[in-house]
Ligand binder design. Structure first.
Ligand SMILES: Cc1cc2nc3c(=O)[nH]c(=O)nc-3n(C[C@H](O)[C@H](O)[C@H](O)COP(=O)(O)O)c2cc1C
Ligand code: SF4
Ligand code: SF4
Length: 357
């Protein structure tokens, strides 16, 4: 591997972890006096592409979503120009936690494998990758970590990321995170299910409670332009990638994950699935043991789950105009529990200057 003259970093970040990782890498390159370009890919109007004569190294930094790279980054990478042997590296931020004094890692699944394969097919040479276990931001599933824990995880990871940057910028090849490859491969079906259905279902679990004052910040900030105002209330579209930015950015803490509604959707979809499968067998006389049956029934259940989520969400959106519905949603949403922390720390506290567009 040759020593690069310039560094281009493209990143997407819901709550700041991937941005912080990119900043650390850029800081190292700046110290070496290299030309650096860092671009946040959401809402990007013009991509500054590396010029071949600059001997560029190009990095892609993104969060892990459902054991894969964030879909927006996958789309960006798929649309990236051909590489002609140029060098790239990858860094995926994951759900880091801290249990007493132990820093625990997240799980990559396909988050490094798929982007590396796509870029290989496009003619790039991957000279390094690394998972980065920054504080988990999935506050639909757990309350945001305490500030002290967040600080501690960040302090733990900064030197590791900078060392990785030092090494790849010095021309070394560094491949980290391979220790979990067997588990990552076992997770392929879960990653596929998340990509095909899970993310669309999750998009329909966000709801704005009565604290919403229609300020529009969530609409402005969403990287996928997935929130729209319908009849005076924010409405989440299927294109939402559950990056968690809106929920953490909302000044009123008005955005909830409606766990009660989500449970209702799952129960309804399961009932519809059971009924449909029974009907299909009765009418066609098909044997459920046929080789293609498993694939067909999985796809049917995915489709039903997404369709039910879409319909129930639409009904709930209008239902939220009624006090009784608002009360039920509030009391069945874990995120409405007092003290369920949001994860706004990185967005507000660690914003350093960079040349984002
Ligand atoms: C919808 C969703 C799915 C996630 N899936 C995973 C996962 O599969 N593995 C993992 O380690 N972390 C997972 N996480 C955690 C994030 O990848 C992690 O907190 C990341 O550092 C966030 O980066 P960001 O702040 O740049 O968005 C998930 C988070 C969300 C919101
Ligand atoms: S940011 Fe919060 S208060 Fe503002 S429109 Fe969105 S949900 Fe409502
Ligand atoms: S709607 Fe919210 S969670 Fe979904 S992609 Fe937009 S900012 Fe992220």
């Amino acid at each position: 591997m040759t020593n690069p003259d310039s560094l281009y970093v493209y990143y997407i970040s819901g709550t700041g972890n991937a941005r912080l990782t990119s900043q650390w890498i850029i800081e190292v390159a700046d110290k070496k006096g290299m030309k650096t370009v860092v671009q946040q890919i959401d809402r990007l109007r013009k991509t500054d592409l590396p010029l071949p004569e600059e001997r560029p190294l190009t990095g892609f930094v993104y969060p892990t979503h459902g054991f894969n790279a964030a879909p927006l980054m996958l789309k960006f990478i798929a649309g990236f120009p051909r590489g002609d042997g140029r060098e790239i590296f990858l860094a995926n931020t994951r759900a880091g936690m801290k249990l007493y004094k132990l820093f625990t890692p997240g799980l990559s699944g396909l988050a490094l494998i798929v982007p590396a394969l796509i870029l290989r097919l496009k003619g790039y040479r991957c000279v390094g990758f690394r998972p980065v276990d920054l504080p988990s931001n999935w506050i639909s599933v757990h309350p945001g970590l305490k500030t002290k824990v967040i600080e501690s995880i960040i302090d733990h990871w900064e030197p590791k990321v900078k060392k990785f940057a030092e090494d790849i910028l010095a021309g070394k090849r560094i491949y980290r995170g391979l220790y979990s490859l067997p588990v990552d491969l076992v997770l392929i079906p879960v990653a596929a299910a998340y990509y095909l259905a899970g993310r669309f279902f999750l998009a329909k679990t966000f709801i704005a409670n009565s604290n919403c004052n229609n300020c529009g910040i969530c609409i402005e900030e969403c990287p996928t332009e997935s929130i729209t105002m319908i009849r005076g209330r924010p409405y989440w579209k299927m294109t939402c990638e559950s990056c968690m930015r809106c929920m953490n950015r909302c000044p009123q803490q008005a955005i909830e994950t409606a766990h009660g509604m989500a449970t209702g959707m799952i129960l309804l979809a399961s009932a519809a699935y059971g009924w449909l499968i029974k009907t299909v067998i009765e009418f066609t006389g098909l044997a459920p043991s046929a080789w293609w049956w498993k694939g067909f029934s999985d796809l049917l259940s995915f489709g039903l789950m997404v369709a039910v989520a879409y319909i129930v969400y639409l009904i709930m959106h209008y239902g939220m105009h009624f006090r009784a519905v608002r009360i039920v949603v509030r009391f069945t949403s874990l995120t409405a529990i007092p003290g369920w922390r949001r994860y706004s720390y990185l967005i507000r506290g660690r914003k350093k200057k960079n040349n984002d567009s």
